[in-house]
Design a protein around this ligand. Sequence first.
Ligand code: M6R
Length: 606
Amino acid sequence: MCGIIGINSNKPVSANIINSLKKLEYRGYDSAGMATLYNGLINEVKSEGRVENLEKNSLVQNMEGTIGIGHVRWATHGLPNSINAHPHSSQNVSVVHNGIIENSTILKKFLIGKGHKFKSQTDTEVIVHLITENLKTENIVNSIQKTLKSLHGSFALGIIFKDQPDLIVGARRGSPLAVGYGPNENYLGSDSYALKSMTNKITYLNDGEFCIIKKDYVEFFSEEGTKINKKVLELSSTEEKYDKGDYKHFMVKEIEEQPNTIKNGINEYIDMSNKDINIYNFPWRSDEISSITLIGCGTAYHSCLMAKYWFEEITSLDVNIDIASEFRYRKNRFKKDTLYVFVSQSGETADTYAALDLCKQSGVKTCAVVNVVESSIARDSEFVLPIHCGIEIGVASTKAFLGQILILYILALKLALLRKDIEKSNFDKKIDDLKNLPKLVEKTLLIDNKIQSISNTFNEAKGSMFLGRGFSYPIALEGALKLKELSYIHAEGYPAGEMKHGPLALIEEGMPVVVLAPRDNYYKKTISNMQEVIARGAKVLLITNKSKDEVISENIWEKIEVESTNEDLLPFLLTIPLQKLAYYSALKKGYDIDKPRNLAKSVTVE
Ligand code: M6R
């Protein structure tokens, strides 16, 4: 992961580097650092923890220099401390790096043999010494090209040189990197978001390319070292402002914004008056697609699993889903009549991007369901379905999940209609139900107090389980993921019907178990599975939907009822109490809700 910034200007750069690093913190937040050139020397300052620690450092406050690089880190090699924080520097060169150098051990041995001394446990430091070594015999361009050739793995790099007061080098393989253009200054950044307060004119580097950023111009080079021309893109110049407002955390704000997420998605894709779905410029005819493969990671993978149930229910398409990190290393049988859908909030997740890249190389149909429309996955897919939920800051994905499943549901309905898999009357009914969804989400959000007290039991337990069948199973997985990532409580999501094949052995007296049993086709079966865990001592929190029929069960510990709607849409509502449960558990534990330990918002390493 990690975030990179570089600024070459004729004014002091340290304040702008700090501002950009704050925007990049979603990529990593275990340490931060920066380096500038001043009076012919490289000045380096690094701090453990957040960018605010770096900002408070008196050395940064007095930092001079009109050219500099900065970094926020998500540790891969070496502890998250200030020694391992970036930049890493020799006397001549300073480097910030996002990615992993897979052959760093061999390179380090070679460099130690040449007399280089290492200070950190990072893989990055080999880049510093390799460039330093190559500079003994080569000019800047050749030394960079030679260095990049020796590196295995993935990287986005920002490099400054003691003897080059007007030059930043940027290089990319695997990890994203953008160049920005300003008045008498130019920039390097992990993404356009980090540069947006300074410029909306952007060029994205492709894999293998590198660049030399001067104050007045930028030169681009191919992997082979030949000069190339690249397009300058003009992005929207309005910088989306997003703050916590009166909320304590971004996460809770983002949970509360979900009625709008649904409204935005509906407004964007559904023509309520004509009862139709508008997906403009969809590049394929429906008879060119006979199967669909959905790929993502973490919460986005849960969206794929959710979509599988809907696609199978509503369409006659064959549906496969895959975790991106598995897909990329399997022997896939790529099929021309399969639509490959990449689901990602950030659009920068390395594994998902690599899976997309593989599909592109195989010449199959690719479509992205993303939130960040300027992201690598959006740019490089043939077709994009944006989820329009606005910036999501909390590391735990909430509104993006509902946004993703909404768009995937809409896509399933559209393909079903085009393929004549669904009766028009049934389609119309489903569109009508969608119209009411924002209101139902809003009402479901009101179930607050009960969840606050329920969360105490989860906090005191050794572990917990989340069970569901059918449409509720992906939601059980998502609920368990939210609880573990925020509260650091062991939580396992499981298909309710699978418990007897092993996990039932985990149930002991007082263990909290969430059972998702809405009044759908699986209701009775799930209630039986619930009885099986109650009989073994579990404290069951039953989450169902409001109904005139009583729940056919006693001995449950707690019950939460969400609003009622058609079976397809219940997963949206069941998600909400689970998001809140995770939020309140972490709140009571006093954990850092928007930045849970060891994680980052955008996962740009494999
Ligand atoms: O940006 P993406 O949607 O591609 O991210 C995928 C996962 O890293 C992400 O959903 C992660 O699992 C979240 N932290 C879960 O809340």
